[in-house]
Structure formats: structure tokens, C-alpha cells
Design a protein. Sequence first.
Length: 125
Amino acid sequence: MEPACDKKPHAAEFDAPREAGRRYDSTAMTLKSANDLRLRRDADDPFATGHAREALNFNLSVIIYAVAAGVLSVVTLGLALLVVVPAAAIAFIAYLVVSVQATLAASRGATYRYPLTMRLVGESR
């Protein structure tokens, strides 16, 4: 029999917190990189600045929608989860699709406007 201190934890025990951390890091990195690009390349390239502003607005909108869904779930004592959980799954797939569409549009040299985006960050002067 092995001592309890030498027993290695099962990898599945840490998957949920690690995954949540990765998701937070991914969103934070997207916001940081879009804002950095917007601030650093503002005068140099209006095309890149426009795409960075759109990505920043879209990610800020997604965060606001997620916080609103969480608040709604708490206020309704979990009843809203019947709607929020399936909607979150669909929204995640939609997030991936529009992100790929924006990337492809940028690579073609075309502009792209994200759907359902609140325009929080405007033109810089």
C-alpha cells in the first residue's frame, strides 16, 4: 500500500479549473492584443486599426452578454439556466464562426463588422 502523500492525483481532477483559466487567458489575451494593436498602429494602418477596434468591441460585447446571463441566472435562482446553457453552447459556436469569418475577411483585405456588437470603442482621434 502506497502512502497517501506519494499518490499522484488523477488528471481529471484539475481539468475544470485549468480549462476555466485557459478560457479567461484567451479572452484577456484577445482584448489585450486588439487594444495594443489599436493603440500602437493607430496612425500607421487604418485597416488594422479598424479590425482591432471591431475585435475589441466584439469581445467586450461578449463579456457583457455573459455577465448579463450570469446575473439573470442568479436573479431567477437558476431557472434561467434552462435557457442560458443551451444559448451559451450556440453562442460559443457562433463566436468561433464569426472570428474565423473576420480573420478570412482581413486576409482578403476586406472589412468585417461583427454581428450583435455594441460599438463601445469608437474612432480614436
